[in-house]
Design a protein around this ligand. Structure first.
Ligand code: 4NP
Length: 174
């Protein structure tokens, strides 16, 4: 292959689209969006990804992330400024990976997925954790500071594996 051909093929490829989903889209999923975006940028992959978040419920549409989540995020070096939105049918066609924070979010997503192919895009975020033995990212909304800190710990862990796996899948399909 001539010099530069691989780079050219890479530039022509579609971006990888990743959607993080929780209940309200004001705590866990905007935090996941912030952590994953930070890692993608750190690895110089900004141009290769579209990253977004949404909620299965519409209680907080248009709102900034919860103030407590933003404060804990800021203390850990993340600035969260997304606006809450609800998952929509188009998301299942638009995004390549849809990450649910807990089983309730997962079940809600599966129940509205338009077909089997789109159901397969839905994964559980905690399944990507390598350093924490948790099967979900717990909802911090009605709890204290420790819950928000745990969310960030779990998401940093899961995002690292998720990004590694997406990148190795991309390299395999080249
Ligand atoms: P999230 O947390 O799903 O991580 O955004 C919640 C936010 C709001 C509510 C519940 C959970 N709520 O009941 O309004």
């Amino acid at each position: 292959m001539p010099d530069g051909t691989l780079k050219m093929l890479n530039n022509m490829k579609d971006k990888t689209k990743v959607l993080f989903v929780c209940l309200g889209n004001i705590c866990r999923s905007p935090m996941a969006e912030g952590v994953f975006t930070h890692m993608v940028n750190e690895r110089g992959l900004r141009e290769e990804y579209i990253i977004d978040s949404a909620g299965v419920a519409g209680y907080h549409i248009g709102e900034l992330p919860d103030r407590r989540m933003r404060e804990h995020a800021w203390q850990r070096g993340y600035k969260l400024d997304s606006r809450a939105r609800q998952v929509k049918t188009d998301d299942f066609f638009e995004f390549d990976y849809i990450l649910a924070m807990d089983d309730s979010n997962y079940d809600a997503l599966i129940s509205i997925a338009p077909n089997t192919q789109t159901e397969l895009k839905v994964k559980r975020m905690a399944d990507f954790c390598r350093h924490h033995n948790m099967d979900h990212v717990p909802d911090p909304y009605y709890g204290g500071a420790a819950g928000f800190q745990l969310v960030i710990d779990l998401l940093e862990d899961a995002c690292e594996t998720l990004l590694n796996e997406i990148e190795s899948n991309k390299n395999e399909t080249l």
